[in-house]
Design a protein around this ligand. Sequence first.
Ligand code: NZQ
Ligand code: ZN
Length: 384
Amino acid sequence: MQNFQFYNPTRIIFGQDTIKELPKYLPKKARVLVLYGGKSVINNGTLEEVKAVLSTDFYYQEFQGIEPNPHFETLMRAVEVVKKNKIDFLLAVGGGSVIDGTKFIAQAALYRDDPWKILTQTGPAVTAALPLGTVLTLPATGSEMNCRGVITRAETQEKLSFRNELIFPQFSVLDPTKTYSLPQRQLENGLVDSFVHTIEQYLTYPTDAKIPDYFAEGVLKTLIEIAPDVINKKDDYSSRANFMWAATIALNGILATGVPEDWTTHRIGHELTALYGLDHARTLALILPVLWTLKKDEKIAKLLQYAERVWNITTGSDDEKVNLAITKTEQFFQSLGMKMKLSDYGIKKDLDLLIERLELHGQTALGEHQNITLDVSRKILSAI
Ligand code: NZQ
Ligand code: ZN
């Protein structure tokens, strides 16, 4: 097992009717900005519920309009609202985009330089952030219990990520009934995103780290097992509850303890979303099987472990087992509406531009061995 540190201060408030717990965990006399996306939290009643529990004891304002793949430009408008109204607590109500956007606002509101530099990491370090909490409505990103975020600058079509321990949510309310209104596309995306988060901390090389390995396999098997019910049973509490917790565990840091990581799929995926607007999860499903095929020799031990423990593949040569595991993974993705070629989404890729963007964003030595150079990324992108 490799050396590691694990730190995660986020309180999880899980279960049906838990929004009413929220005021207990807000600072007394907080001046709250409630941030949300489009109409989903209005239509499913979540926003109303949140406002009802805030209304008696707290000053609050609303900020509507944080779009999927949240835009820097929109978030900077929220920063103005924060400053103008002396807001001192941010409450995100929504999915990963609203939560990520809120994490960015928390830093930008107190940043003394151009906030874009938080993302390009070319300015002073972030040393302060407003406290925040979340009410999650879409299981997918794990943003409700991590200190990461991803922001898009519409003007330049760039999607950049950040990480800072100051922006761990203080609490996150996870009420599985709030996912009942999710459209099928977002359910599919959430299952695939959580699956790939788990994989990117698991499928590298063995370090005999039994806890994260068994945890990761448990999350993967859970997602495979519940996927049909999540998609087909609209109001099924049990599958939604398991989905919600699986997605959180998939990216709250616990699976990365003592193991190497390989975030190639995400890094390349972000460039596809930035240029073509393809949903985050759909980019991941395109890239992962190709990455495995190209890096089969380096990942063979973990691919075999994955084949045997997750898919129960116990017969055949090593090569046959691994190939079958890759095929089963592709079939799982396809059962969730994912396509295996960019052209199936009607997208014509500009390979040179994609490689240029990876270079511009410093993504030139990816993978657990830092040997996914731009040449390897080009091979991956050529194959999708
Ligand atoms: O805008 P509204 O009306 O709220 O609709 C949203 C949005 O259109 C809708 N939605 C959310 N909850 C709903 C609902 N519709 C009906 N009922 C509900 N209960 O779903 C749509 C997509 O929402 P979004 O927040 O964009 O999805 P997701 O949670 O998948 O977040 C994606 C973003 O998170 C980033 C991605 O790159 C992308 O920008 N990620 C963040 C990570 C992190 N912070 O750790 C890690 C991930 O790898 C990922 O990169
Ligand atoms: Zn993701």
